[in-house]
Design a protein around this ligand. Structure first.
Ligand code: URA
Length: 241
């Protein structure tokens, strides 16, 4: 993944050695043949990557994510929250993770922070008919805790494929968890906002424009920052023309 700112087996003769049973691929066989086995995170991430690699359209990706049972968060979630909005939109927004309302409805950003985000975006002419919205995580973390690095890494292959299938003109990361998940950039929002980066992942053939905005739940806690959000949105509007 790149982010930069504007970011033999030679067969042996049967006489060579006495026969000994092969050991190398046993673990792989177990994993593939026993789907209920408790896997380690690395294996789950590899499984997610293989599944994401296999998707060639949005419907396939959605079905695979909806049926993916290996992320621990799914056990406590009511719904898988995949996306909302227009897949042909110029802008795609990626937030952190579903909260209680999103978990109940299966719709991203439909609670209080979603309402604030909708109002912010409406001020520059965007609503769910001309934007596409999803999250870095597809299931609600219990008690709205922050997703763990493993949970983020497990969802990342699907998120990367999601971005490549939507291929927006501008990808907008909502909050620092999304910035860290998608761009692997761990900087405070104060250093990232108002900048446009070039982003690419393994499914993209060319660079994509990406920027970041404050998470609306931060603005609900710090209403004085809404002014900064307004400046950031105007810049995005100008960028999109
Ligand atoms: N916060 C997020 O980051 N995403 C949602 O869908 C809801 C709240």
């Amino acid at each position: 993944m790149g982010v930069e700112e504007i970011l033999s087996n030679v067969p042996r003769k049967s006489s060579d050695k006495p026969f000994s049973p092969p050991t190398k691929d046993i673990k792989k066989d177990i994993v593939e043949n026993k789907p209920n086995l408790v896997l380690g995170s690395r294996e789950i991430i590899d499984q997610a990557r293989k599944l994401a690699d296999s998707c060639s359209n949005l419907e396939e990706l959605k079905e695979i994510v909806m049926n993916f049972d290996q992320c621990n968060l799914k056990k406590t979630a009511t719904n898988t929250v995949f996306s909302d909005g227009n897949p042909s939109a110029k802008i795609m927004l990626i937030g952190e993770a579903p909260g209680a309302n999103e978990d109940l409805t299966g719709i991203p950003f439909c609670g209080d922070s979603g309402k604030l985000l909708d109002a912010c975006l409406a001020s520059i002419g965007y609503d769910r008919t001309n934007l596409y919205i999803t999250n870095s995580i597809f299931w609600r973390p219990p008690g709205n805790r922050r997703p763990t690095p493993d949970e983020i890494a497990i969802c990342l292959p699907f998120v990367e494929k999601h971005i490549a299938l939507i291929k927006p003109e501008l990808l907008i990361l909502v909050g620092s968890t999304a910035v860290s998940a998608v761009m692997n950039l761990n900087e405070p929002m104060s250093k990232i906002r108002q900048r446009f980066f070039q982003y690419r992942n393994q499914y993209l053939e060319s660079d994509m424009n990406v920027c970041a905005i404050f998470h609306p739940s931060y603005l609900l806690r710090q209403p004085s920052q809404k002014k900064q959000m307004w400046h950031d949105l105007l810049l995005i509007k100008e960028f999109l023309g």
